[in-house]
Ligand binder design. Sequence first.
Ligand SMILES: Cc1cc2nc3c(=O)[nH]c(=O)nc-3n(C[C@H](O)[C@H](O)[C@H](O)COP(=O)(O)OP(=O)(O)OC[C@H]3O[C@@H](n4cnc5c(N)ncnc54)[C@H](O)[C@@H]3O)c2cc1C
Length: 462
Amino acid sequence: MPSPTPPMPIQNSTESFWRTQLDPLDSHRTTEALPTKTDIVVIGAGYAGVSAVYFLLERSKVLASKPSIVILEAREACSGATGRNGGHLKPDLHNRPASIASEFGIDAAAEAAAFEAEHVGMIKEVVEKEKIDCDFVVTRVVDVPLNESVGIKLKAGYEQLVKSAAAPFKDVSYTDYDKAEGMSGVKGAKGCFTYTAGHLWPYKFVLHLLTKAITEGVNLQTHTPVQRVSSSQDAEGYWAITTARGAIRAKTIVHASNAYTSTILPEYKDSIVPVRGICCRITTPKPAPHLSNSYILRSSGWDYEYLIPRSDGSIVVGGARSVFYSDLSNWYNTTDDSKLMDSARHYFDGYMQRHFRGWEDSGAAVDKIWTGIMGYSTDSLPHIGAVPSKPSQFMLAGFTGHGMPQIFLSARGIASMIMEDKKFEETGVPRIYQTTRARLDSKRNKILESWEESQNEVRSKL
Ligand SMILES: Cc1cc2nc3c(=O)[nH]c(=O)nc-3n(C[C@H](O)[C@H](O)[C@H](O)COP(=O)(O)OP(=O)(O)OC[C@H]3O[C@@H](n4cnc5c(N)ncnc54)[C@H](O)[C@@H]3O)c2cc1C
């Protein structure tokens, strides 16, 4: 019996707010037919693939040696997770580092936190240097536990990190229980952490870099799903890449296809799983209290919302797990971003009124709601670096719904491995993010572990 067709990005995806103003390059093909061969193929025109191309071109200017590059994209440019996310560039400077510290030690936690924090300054620098019109704002995120047990756990983790005196944790300031609601403006806040973050219009950021790349000679082929890559290189060292529109040969491949990685590399099937998320845009008919910060509101370890205020007065907010998470089929191992989750369809109605002081009579209402597919890593760490046993193939995926503060510098690392033959250890990417055979062989699945814990928690409250 033939094996089932591996999942591809599907057609008719829900329309996100970010994709309501499409760039002329959205469905661009630089040449009518695919080139027959190229130096580098990048699979996926999202934040990861386009950032990799940006750094490949930057390095090629320094090295005065320019490779030919073809980007193969299954749908429209930036139509995957990047074009449908929350736009929140929020380094995690306490929650994630605390769990990394308990598993890998404080140095690994500090390394991961510093890497994420560096993204805010780096994106700012690139936005300014390249004059990118993408509503980029540097702010402080207000990170609020909404119940006491989450507050106590987060505070304990934070105190451990602060004791280490590592640089990235010094940016976090903490306000205790009694003053948290006044400080944050969030009703029922049980603590309040703030630290530097940013937000932007991700589609505009990526399309600007893509336009620049095409101006510099890169060939973009949208609506060109990659179906498979040959199992070995030919005598000249080329991999054969089969697409729905014919074949192309490439010396080097960058895998930036995110949730769909295992379609092309089945060895990643148990390591990067497609996970569906939901996001919306809220608008107000009359002036509401100004929000100058971005937010995370945490009801438990697995149930949280992330929120950015935009300069047009609207709010983009994602999350809603409390209403769809218990049914795995809603979100786990699915690539269908053409549908909303029914149980979450109305979750964000009245969200601002429920949670923010002074918003009760704002009339804030959902203006647009959409879903998107993330690439969740089963050990919760990104997979970056050389694909095991596949010479000249590189992985840039598995960001577990938290790619904005991890992808850009990971892409820089991949570009330096390709252009300068750097070893992974020399890239500046946190060492625990290296994709390895041992990680691919691991049977552990933290996504499902966390889900099982959540179900026990829910049952214990009944
Ligand atoms: C609803 C939602 C909200 C989110 N909110 C945030 C947030 O606020 N902050 C944050 O940090 N992160 C957030 N994320 C996660 C973040 O968007 C991702 O980590 C990041 O965008 C991943 O970028 P990427 O380029 O790896 O993937 P993608 O943007 O998904 O790009 C991968 C591309 O590869 C293409 N592709 C796939 N398979 C093939 C194939 N076989 N052939 C050719 N092309 C292929 C896809 O069509 C897609 O365009 C959110 C994600 C979602 C879905």
